[in-house]
Every structure is written in structure tokens, then in C-alpha cells.
Design a protein around this ligand. Structure first.
Ligand code: NAD
Length: 484
């Protein structure tokens, strides 16, 4: 019997060849964010950190723009979002999470072009974690009563949210996901040097068909942030950024009834204590201090090594620094990308001079730096005194200040002797030593025999000058609810 020949012709659609498409082509939609009515608006020129080429022009929102955003958020809260069943709200948040996964590559490329961080980090950390936060909080939306037994949780209203430049998309997810799950509407302001993934997220949220006004993104610098903080229509201010600005915001909202939450600057120790497993801690400290150009708020910025191990670990740390690949952010082999801005590079260079002037020994690998863009070699300081400014103050660059200790009491005393308390890391060989150290360190998060592990189910936040309140986990919900 003759077999019938299949005559259906269905050729595959032509696919763009990534090798013939430049990164600039792939983010061409950015030009849509250029504001047409330039003469009527203050525009911020926006450059890539790695080569100083202009990538977009961003509107600086004035008080009228902020007012319009807050009013839109209020209207959406009163008319739609607060009345919607929680399970319906959850569906929208799930949709955001799924779309973010679908567009992960685009978000990672834009994040790295914008802020200068290595694509390996934006691709493997920032974007998947951002999606994970939306998934996690979507699950809580209709279970808030179980999160706070005996209470009747209700939304606060309109949340004003201000974020820094070191994890632009992830910080937006940290703030927007729990706020929406709890039934609030949002006005978010990204940092002036990294607004692009927040704007891309705004497009994605439109695509997810969230009701108009539920999420509003305004761009601009400190003045725009201050206008948002001082707007009378805001019920809550959530801020992540430097301690100085955090304190200014607290002063502004004192006595206004606005609910505050602030996560601020950090200077965190890793301690390699009495018998660490190998040279892993020194390599991990070096990696943690250079990953995200140490502009994770939880960098291993200060490291204490047991005195007897110093020679071995300083050799292994300097090798780790020397082997780090400092190159263009979009190269997937890059370990350390560009510094976010000229101002931040200036701050780091100032601290390098201060460290040397205070008597510490400075080591940097002899690698060439690109002639354009903002770049800093990974830097190791040895023989750092406890009183030195590079041990006490936040540098926020790929710089590791190393101190030594002889006893466990000494390392605890040194690690706690800074104004900050965001996170810490402990490297040792026994669980009993881990429990002893971690129960005495004054830090919001402490990692044992690892570093910089983040999860949406786990609360994150600091002590002392590193702020108050927690983001992530059930704790992250409490900040966006009235708990009566
Ligand atoms: P920053 O304080 O300069 O700016 C943060 C945000 O506040 C930006 O959006 C900025 O435009 C806005 N802002 C500035 N002045 C303002 C004002 N007067 N009123 C309202 N808003 C204002 O911080 P940065 O340089 O963007 O970020 C780096 C800092 O963030 C570091 O100190 C780092 O430790 C900290 N950080 C902390 C955490 C944490 O979890 N504790 C996480 C990430 C970053």
C-alpha cells in the first residue's frame, strides 16, 4: 500500500544570529524611553559605566510628576487593587514572575550595560532571584492570615519605594513583590545611575496587564526621591541606600504617620576562625569582596585571618585577585565589571589613598585598565589596624581589608567593632565553633563556610548603622501590613 506523502510545508521561522547582532541592537527599545518633549523636561544623560557611551536620556521627575504618580497609585488602590480578591492579585504577581523568566536574557544584558556589573552575575543572580521573589510573594498573597496568626492583616495603601544602584532589578523585586502581595500599590524610584531595568520592568508589568496605576516608576535623582518622601499621599516609605540618605529620610517622615523601613550601608567581616578547612576562606573572601565589584551591600569588605595562617592566605588571596578577570561586563568570562559611576570610582580611589596613608600594605594585580569607563583593580590591604578608616568605613568597591587575630574572643571583638552590622561570614571546621561565633556576631545575616547566598524565603537586613527592618521571607510581608 502506498503511503500518503505529507505535503504540509512548515519551515522554521528565521532566527536572528546572535553573532551578527550587537548588544546595542538588542537593547534598541531603550530609545523609546527618550522623552520627546525635551524642551519641557529636565533630562539626565545616561551613560554606560564600562565605556561612557550614552545609552539613553532619562527624564528627571519633578514634583508635579511625583504628584501624578502618587495620585494614580491612590486611585488604583481605592478603586481596584484593594477590592480585588487576594487570589486574583496573586495571579498578576505570578504573571510578572513568569514574564521575567521569559525575558531573563534581555534583563541581564540591560542590567550589565547599564550598571557595569558582570553579565555572569546579572544572568545567574540578579534576574533569577528577582523572578524568585515575585514567585515567592505571589504565593503569600492569599495566605496572609496564616503568616500572622491571631492578627487581621490589611494593606497600608500607597507605598513609596526608593532603591540604590547595586542590584537595580533585584531591589525593585524585593520592594514591589511583597507590597503588591499585601494589597498595596506602589510608586518606585530607581537610582539615577541605574534606572533602565526598572523601566523595562514597568513595560513588563504593562504586558502582564496589571490594572493602571498599581505600579508606577518615576526616574530622577535625590530631589525626585525627596519629593516622593515628602508627598502627603504616601502611607509608607521603604528605602535602601546609604546611611546618610536613610537618616535624612527618617527625619523628613518623623511625626507624619508614614511607616518607615530602611536598609542602609554596610561594612561586613568574614572571619576565618581557629581551624578553617583549607585556603577556601581566603579565596572566598577575595571573591566575595570582588564579586559585584563588592557593591553588594554585604561584601566581604573586611577579613580577619588567624595569625598563624596569614602567609598562606595572603598568597592565596593575592593569587585569587590576580586571576580575577576584569573586563567588559557583557563578556561571560568577566569576574569584575566596571564601577557604577565616576563618583563611586572617586570614592574608592580616595579610600585606596587613605589605606596607604594609614600604613596598610596595598596589593593590586598588574593588569591593564580600559582607557574609557570607570574601572578599579581588585585590591588587597594587609596589616590593617582596627582603627583604620578602611576597616571602619564602607568603601563599596573591590577592596578587601585584612586583619589578623589570635583568639576567638579577639575576632568577635574586632568584627563587632564597626558602626555597621549587615552581614558576616564565618569559616571554620566545627559546628560548635560556628554556633559560638554566629551567636556573638552583631550582624543581620551570617553565612557559615560560604558567602553571599540569598533566598527569597530568608529575611535580610541589618543592625546598627546598617538599618532596620527586614526584606524577604515572612518578615518582608510585615512591613507592608497593618497588623491589628
Ligand atoms: P544613596 O543613598 O546615595 O541613594 C539611594 C537612593 O536614594 C537613590 O535612588 C537616590 O536617588 C535616592 N536619594 C538620594 N538622596 C535622596 C533624598 N534626599 N531623599 C530621597 N531619596 C534620595 O545610595 P547609593 O549610592 O545609590 O547606593 C549605595 C548604598 O546602598 C551603599 O551605602 C550600600 O551599602 C547601600 N545598600 C544597602 C543595602 C542593604 O540591604 N542594607 C542593600 C543595597 C545597598
Amino acid at each position: 500500500m502506498a503511503t500518503k506523502k505529507n505535503t504540509v510545508s512548515w519551515p522554521p521561522a528565521p532566527r536572528p544570529n546572535p553573532r551578527t547582532t550587537s548588544p546595542e541592537d538588542r537593547v534598541r527599545p531603550l530609545h523609546r524611553w527618550q522623552v520627546a518633549e525635551a524642551q519641557e523636561r529636565q533630562l539626565l544623560r545616561h551613560h554606560q559605566s564600562a565605556n561612557e557611551q550614552r545609552i539613553a536620556r532619562i527624564a528627571e521627575a519633578n514634583t508635579a510628576d511625583v504628584d501624578a504618580a502618587v495620585k494614580a497609585a491612590r486611585k488604583a488602590y481605592d478603586n481596584v487593587w484593594s477590592k480585588m480578591p487576594a487570589a486574583e492579585r496573586a495571579k498578576y504577581i505570578y504573571r510578572i514572575a513568569r514574564l521575567l523568566q521569559e525575558k531573563a536574557r534581555q534583563f541581564a544584558v540591560v542590567e550589565s550595560m547599564d550598571g557595569g556589573k558582570a553579565i555572569r552575575e546579572s544572568r545567574d543572580v540578579d534576574v533569577p532571584l528577582a523572578a524568585a521573589h515575585f514567585f515567592y510573594y505571589a504565593g503569600w498573597a492569599d495566605k496572609l492570615g496564616y503568616a500572622f496568626p491571631g492578627k487581621t492583616p490589611s494593606a497600608l495603601g500607597v507605598a513609596g519605594q526608593i532603591i540604590p544602584w547595586n542590584f537595580p532589578l533585584l531591589m525593585a523585586a524585593w520592594k514591589i513583590a511583597p507590597a503588591l502581595a499585601c494589597g498595596n500599590t506602589v510608586v518606585l524610584k530607581p537610582a539615577e545611575t541605574t534606572p533602565l531595568t526598572s523601566l523595562l520592568l514597568a513595560e513588563l508589568i504593562q504586558e502582564a496587564e496589571l490594572p493602571d496605576g498599581v505600579v508606577n516608576i518615576i526616574t530622577g535623582a535625590g530631589a525626585t526621591g525627596a519629593a516622593l518622601v515628602n508627598h502627603p499621599g504616601i502611607d509608607k516609605i521603604a528605602f535602601t541606600g546609604s546611611t546618610g540618605v536613610g537618616k535624612l529620610i527618617q527625619k523628613s517622615i518623623a511625626g507624619t504617620g508614614k511607616s518607615p523601613r530602611s536598609n542602609s550601608a554596610a561594612k561586613r567581616p568574614t572571619s576565618s576562625s581557629p581551624t578553617p578547612p583549607s585556603t577556601r576562606p581566603s579565596k572566598a573572601s577575595s571573591t566575595a569582596s570582588t564579586s559585584t565589584r563588592a557593591t553588594c551591600a554585604a561584601p566581604a569588605a573586611a577579613s580577619s585571618w588567624r595569625k598563624a595562617c596569614t602567609t598562606k592566605w595572603s598568597a592565596s588571596s593575592s593569587t585569587a585577585c590576580a586571576r580575577s578577570s576584569l573586563a567588559i561586563p557583557l563578556d561571560k568570562n568577566t569576574d569584575i565589571g566596571a564601577i557604577n559611576s565616576k563618583e563611586q570610582l572617586g570614592t574608592i580611589n580616595k579610600y585606596l589613598k587613605v589605606g596607604v596613608a594609614d600604613g596598610a600594605e596595598m596589593y593590586q594585580p598588574a593588569c591593564d585598565l580600559p582607557s574609557k569607563g570607570f574601572w578599579c583593580r581588585p585590591t588587597l590591604f594587609l596589616n590593617v589596624a582596627q582603627s583604620a578608616r578602611i576597616a571602619q568605613e564602607e568603601i563599596f568597591g573591590p577592596v578587601l581589608a585584612v586583619q589578623t587575630f589570635r583568639t576567638v574572643d579577639e575576632v568577635i571583638q574586632k568584627a563587632n567593632n564597626t558602626p555597621y552590622g549587615l552581614s558576616a561570614g564565618v569559616w571554620t571546621d566545627k559546628g560548635s565553633k560556628i554556633f559560638n561565633l554566629t551567636s556573638k556576631l552583631r550582624a543581620g545575616v551570617i553565612w557559615a563556610n560560604t558567602y553571599n547566598k540569598f533566598d527569597p524565603t530568608s529575611p535580610f537586613g541589618g543592625y546598627k548603622e546598617s538599618g532596620y527592618g527586614r526584606e524577604g521571607g515572612v518578615h518582608g510581608l510585615g512591613a507592608y501590613l497593618n497588623l491589628n
